[in-house]
Design a binder for this molecule. Structure first.
Ligand SMILES: O=C(O)C(=O)C[C@H](O)[C@@H](O)CO
Length: 257
Protein backbone atom coordinates (compact mmCIF):
# COMPACT_ATOMS: atom_id res chain seq x y z
CA UNK A 1 0.00 0.00 0.00
CA UNK A 2 1.20 3.48 -0.81
CA UNK A 3 1.68 5.62 2.28
CA UNK A 4 -0.52 8.74 2.55
CA UNK A 5 2.39 11.19 2.50
CA UNK A 6 0.14 14.18 3.11
CA UNK A 7 -1.10 12.63 6.35
CA UNK A 8 2.50 11.94 7.37
CA UNK A 9 3.56 15.50 6.51
CA UNK A 10 0.68 17.01 8.51
CA UNK A 11 1.44 14.83 11.52
CA UNK A 12 5.09 15.94 11.33
CA UNK A 13 4.02 19.61 11.17
CA UNK A 14 5.55 20.12 7.72
CA UNK A 15 4.12 23.25 6.11
CA UNK A 16 1.90 22.44 3.13
CA UNK A 17 0.94 25.12 0.60
CA UNK A 18 -2.23 24.32 -1.31
CA UNK A 19 -4.56 25.37 -4.10
CA UNK A 20 -8.30 24.96 -4.58
CA UNK A 21 -9.32 23.16 -7.76
CA UNK A 22 -12.91 24.13 -8.45
CA UNK A 23 -13.14 24.08 -12.26
CA UNK A 24 -14.42 20.50 -12.25
CA UNK A 25 -12.29 19.52 -15.22
CA UNK A 26 -9.59 16.83 -15.47
CA UNK A 27 -7.51 18.70 -18.04
CA UNK A 28 -7.34 21.78 -15.79
CA UNK A 29 -6.59 19.53 -12.80
CA UNK A 30 -3.76 17.90 -14.72
CA UNK A 31 -2.27 21.31 -15.56
CA UNK A 32 -2.48 22.44 -11.93
CA UNK A 33 -0.98 19.14 -10.83
CA UNK A 34 2.35 20.19 -12.29
CA UNK A 35 2.44 23.67 -10.73
CA UNK A 36 4.32 22.59 -7.61
CA UNK A 37 1.68 22.92 -4.89
CA UNK A 38 1.97 20.55 -1.94
CA UNK A 39 -1.75 19.84 -1.86
CA UNK A 40 -4.78 20.38 -4.06
CA UNK A 41 -8.46 20.31 -3.14
CA UNK A 42 -10.88 18.86 -5.68
CA UNK A 43 -13.92 20.81 -4.54
CA UNK A 44 -17.15 18.83 -4.57
CA UNK A 45 -18.89 21.36 -2.33
CA UNK A 46 -18.75 24.43 -4.55
CA UNK A 47 -17.20 23.15 -7.78
CA UNK A 48 -19.42 21.60 -10.50
CA UNK A 49 -18.43 18.07 -9.55
CA UNK A 50 -20.01 14.67 -9.20
CA UNK A 51 -18.53 11.25 -8.48
CA UNK A 52 -17.41 10.72 -12.08
CA UNK A 53 -15.80 14.14 -12.52
CA UNK A 54 -13.95 13.68 -9.23
CA UNK A 55 -12.80 10.25 -10.44
CA UNK A 56 -11.57 11.78 -13.71
CA UNK A 57 -9.60 14.40 -11.77
CA UNK A 58 -8.08 11.81 -9.44
CA UNK A 59 -6.96 9.91 -12.54
CA UNK A 60 -5.63 13.10 -14.14
CA UNK A 61 -3.63 13.83 -11.00
CA UNK A 62 -2.14 10.36 -10.71
CA UNK A 63 1.24 11.54 -12.03
CA UNK A 64 1.18 14.76 -10.01
CA UNK A 65 3.52 15.13 -7.04
CA UNK A 66 0.83 17.16 -5.23
CA UNK A 67 -1.25 15.47 -2.55
CA UNK A 68 -4.91 15.32 -3.53
CA UNK A 69 -7.63 16.19 -1.06
CA UNK A 70 -11.29 15.71 -1.98
CA UNK A 71 -14.02 17.86 -0.46
CA UNK A 72 -17.47 16.25 -0.54
CA UNK A 73 -20.55 18.51 -0.58
CA UNK A 74 -21.28 17.41 2.98
CA UNK A 75 -20.29 14.79 5.52
CA UNK A 76 -22.67 12.00 4.52
CA UNK A 77 -21.41 8.45 5.12
CA UNK A 78 -22.66 7.19 1.75
CA UNK A 79 -20.83 9.96 -0.14
CA UNK A 80 -17.67 9.34 1.86
CA UNK A 81 -17.81 5.62 1.07
CA UNK A 82 -18.07 6.32 -2.66
CA UNK A 83 -15.22 8.85 -2.63
CA UNK A 84 -12.93 6.49 -0.72
CA UNK A 85 -13.77 3.65 -3.10
CA UNK A 86 -12.82 5.70 -6.19
CA UNK A 87 -9.44 6.33 -4.56
CA UNK A 88 -9.66 9.52 -2.49
CA UNK A 89 -7.29 9.07 0.45
CA UNK A 90 -7.71 12.45 2.12
CA UNK A 91 -11.10 14.07 2.69
CA UNK A 92 -11.93 17.61 3.79
CA UNK A 93 -15.45 17.55 5.20
CA UNK A 94 -17.33 20.86 5.37
CA UNK A 95 -19.64 22.18 8.10
CA UNK A 96 -18.54 20.13 11.10
CA UNK A 97 -19.89 21.75 14.27
CA UNK A 98 -19.53 19.26 17.12
CA UNK A 99 -17.18 16.57 18.40
CA UNK A 100 -20.02 14.04 17.98
CA UNK A 101 -20.28 14.90 14.28
CA UNK A 102 -16.49 14.59 13.96
CA UNK A 103 -16.55 11.19 15.67
CA UNK A 104 -19.24 9.96 13.25
CA UNK A 105 -17.02 11.03 10.34
CA UNK A 106 -14.10 9.14 11.86
CA UNK A 107 -16.34 6.05 11.82
CA UNK A 108 -17.47 6.76 8.26
CA UNK A 109 -13.90 6.69 6.91
CA UNK A 110 -12.94 3.46 8.70
CA UNK A 111 -13.86 -0.15 8.25
CA UNK A 112 -15.54 -2.14 11.05
CA UNK A 113 -15.13 -2.98 13.81
CA UNK A 114 -13.84 0.52 14.60
CA UNK A 115 -15.87 2.23 11.88
CA UNK A 116 -18.76 1.71 9.51
CA UNK A 117 -17.27 2.04 6.01
CA UNK A 118 -18.92 -0.47 3.71
CA UNK A 119 -16.61 -3.17 2.39
CA UNK A 120 -16.48 -3.05 -1.39
CA UNK A 121 -13.05 -1.75 -2.25
CA UNK A 122 -12.11 -5.17 -3.65
CA UNK A 123 -13.88 -4.15 -6.85
CA UNK A 124 -12.82 -0.51 -6.68
CA UNK A 125 -9.98 1.79 -7.66
CA UNK A 126 -9.04 2.33 -4.00
CA UNK A 127 -7.47 -1.16 -3.80
CA UNK A 128 -6.08 -0.83 -7.34
CA UNK A 129 -8.77 -3.37 -8.17
CA UNK A 130 -7.60 -5.86 -5.57
CA UNK A 131 -3.93 -5.63 -6.47
CA UNK A 132 -3.06 -3.89 -3.18
CA UNK A 133 -2.60 -6.70 -0.72
CA UNK A 134 -4.42 -6.31 2.58
CA UNK A 135 -6.08 -3.09 1.43
CA UNK A 136 -8.91 -3.37 3.92
CA UNK A 137 -6.47 -3.86 6.79
CA UNK A 138 -4.27 -0.93 5.76
CA UNK A 139 -6.93 1.54 4.67
CA UNK A 140 -7.91 2.59 8.20
CA UNK A 141 -4.37 3.78 8.86
CA UNK A 142 -3.88 5.38 5.47
CA UNK A 143 -7.02 7.52 5.36
CA UNK A 144 -6.66 11.17 6.36
CA UNK A 145 -9.71 13.00 7.71
CA UNK A 146 -9.74 16.79 7.77
CA UNK A 147 -12.79 18.61 9.08
CA UNK A 148 -13.92 22.15 8.48
CA UNK A 149 -14.92 24.51 11.30
CA UNK A 150 -16.89 27.32 9.73
CA UNK A 151 -19.63 28.52 12.06
CA UNK A 152 -19.85 30.14 15.50
CA UNK A 153 -21.00 26.81 16.91
CA UNK A 154 -17.95 25.05 15.45
CA UNK A 155 -15.62 27.71 16.86
CA UNK A 156 -17.21 27.27 20.30
CA UNK A 157 -16.57 23.51 20.04
CA UNK A 158 -13.19 23.80 18.34
CA UNK A 159 -11.06 22.22 21.04
CA UNK A 160 -13.39 19.20 21.32
CA UNK A 161 -13.59 18.79 17.53
CA UNK A 162 -9.80 18.98 17.14
CA UNK A 163 -9.23 16.57 20.04
CA UNK A 164 -11.47 13.91 18.50
CA UNK A 165 -9.41 10.79 17.94
CA UNK A 166 -9.12 10.05 14.25
CA UNK A 167 -9.45 13.68 13.14
CA UNK A 168 -6.17 14.42 11.37
CA UNK A 169 -6.54 18.17 11.01
CA UNK A 170 -9.01 21.04 11.34
CA UNK A 171 -9.51 23.64 8.64
CA UNK A 172 -11.13 26.99 9.36
CA UNK A 173 -13.45 28.18 6.57
CA UNK A 174 -13.32 31.98 6.71
CA UNK A 175 -16.04 32.59 4.09
CA UNK A 176 -18.73 30.55 5.82
CA UNK A 177 -17.60 31.61 9.27
CA UNK A 178 -17.78 35.27 8.26
CA UNK A 179 -21.22 34.75 6.76
CA UNK A 180 -22.46 33.02 9.92
CA UNK A 181 -21.19 35.94 12.00
CA UNK A 182 -22.57 38.61 9.71
CA UNK A 183 -19.08 39.86 8.90
CA UNK A 184 -19.00 41.58 5.52
CA UNK A 185 -15.27 42.27 5.15
CA UNK A 186 -13.46 39.56 7.07
CA UNK A 187 -10.03 40.63 5.87
CA UNK A 188 -10.34 44.10 7.41
CA UNK A 189 -12.29 43.06 10.51
CA UNK A 190 -9.75 42.84 13.33
CA UNK A 191 -12.10 41.07 15.74
CA UNK A 192 -12.86 38.43 13.13
CA UNK A 193 -9.17 37.99 12.40
CA UNK A 194 -8.47 37.61 16.13
CA UNK A 195 -11.09 34.86 16.28
CA UNK A 196 -9.39 33.03 13.42
CA UNK A 197 -5.97 33.44 15.04
CA UNK A 198 -7.28 32.10 18.35
CA UNK A 199 -8.84 29.24 16.38
CA UNK A 200 -5.50 28.32 14.82
CA UNK A 201 -3.92 28.36 18.28
CA UNK A 202 -6.72 26.22 19.77
CA UNK A 203 -6.38 23.59 17.05
CA UNK A 204 -2.63 23.42 17.57
CA UNK A 205 -3.01 23.27 21.36
CA UNK A 206 -5.16 20.16 20.78
CA UNK A 207 -2.19 18.58 19.03
CA UNK A 208 -3.65 18.77 15.54
CA UNK A 209 -2.55 20.66 12.44
CA UNK A 210 -4.58 23.75 11.50
CA UNK A 211 -5.54 24.66 7.95
CA UNK A 212 -7.16 27.58 6.19
CA UNK A 213 -7.78 29.17 2.78
CA UNK A 214 -7.63 32.83 1.92
CA UNK A 215 -6.81 34.70 -1.27
CA UNK A 216 -4.97 37.37 0.72
CA UNK A 217 -1.20 36.99 0.67
CA UNK A 218 -0.49 38.99 3.85
CA UNK A 219 -3.03 36.94 5.80
CA UNK A 220 -1.62 33.68 4.47
CA UNK A 221 1.83 34.66 5.73
CA UNK A 222 0.34 35.66 9.07
CA UNK A 223 -1.44 32.28 9.44
CA UNK A 224 1.75 30.46 8.51
CA UNK A 225 3.68 32.50 11.10
CA UNK A 226 1.11 31.45 13.69
CA UNK A 227 1.87 27.86 12.80
CA UNK A 228 -0.98 26.91 10.48
CA UNK A 229 0.25 23.77 8.72
CA UNK A 230 -1.89 23.42 5.60
CA UNK A 231 -2.66 26.75 3.99
CA UNK A 232 -4.40 27.04 0.64
CA UNK A 233 -3.32 30.29 -0.98
CA UNK A 234 -5.63 30.53 -3.97
CA UNK A 235 -8.15 28.89 -6.28
CA UNK A 236 -7.99 28.06 -9.97
CA UNK A 237 -11.16 30.02 -10.75
CA UNK A 238 -9.95 33.14 -8.93
CA UNK A 239 -6.60 32.91 -10.74
CA UNK A 240 -8.29 32.64 -14.15
CA UNK A 241 -10.64 35.51 -13.32
CA UNK A 242 -7.91 37.90 -12.25
CA UNK A 243 -5.54 36.93 -15.09
CA UNK A 244 -8.33 37.38 -17.63
CA UNK A 245 -9.37 40.77 -16.24
CA UNK A 246 -5.74 41.86 -16.15
CA UNK A 247 -5.07 40.84 -19.75
CA UNK A 248 -8.28 42.35 -21.08
CA UNK A 249 -7.62 45.55 -19.13
CA UNK A 250 -4.35 46.13 -20.96
CA UNK A 251 -6.28 46.80 -24.17
CA UNK A 252 -8.80 49.53 -23.36
CA UNK A 253 -12.10 49.51 -25.24
CA UNK A 254 -12.15 52.29 -27.82
CA UNK A 255 -15.36 53.46 -29.44
CA UNK A 256 -15.33 53.85 -33.24
CA UNK A 257 -18.15 56.43 -33.08
O1 LIG B 1 -15.76 28.90 4.22
C1 LIG B 1 -14.72 28.88 3.51
O2 LIG B 1 -13.91 29.81 3.45
C2 LIG B 1 -14.49 27.66 2.75
O3 LIG B 1 -15.01 26.63 3.06
C3 LIG B 1 -13.69 27.74 1.49
C4 LIG B 1 -14.61 28.20 0.39
O4 LIG B 1 -15.64 27.27 0.25
C5 LIG B 1 -13.89 28.31 -0.92
O5 LIG B 1 -14.68 27.87 -1.94
C6 LIG B 1 -13.48 29.69 -1.30
O6 LIG B 1 -14.54 30.58 -1.33
Amino acid sequence: MIENRFKTALAAGDRQIGLWVAAGDPYVASLIGHAGFDWLVIDGEHGPNDLRSILAQLQALESSPSAVVVRPPMGEAWMIKQLLDIGAETLLVPMVETAEQAAELVRAVRYPPVGKRGVGAGIARASRFSTVRNYVQQANENVCLLVQAESRKAMDNLSAIASTEGVDGVFIGPSDLGADMGVTDGIADTQFQRLIERGIETIQASGKPAGILTFNEALNHRYLELGATFVAVGADIALFTSALADLRGRYPVTSKK
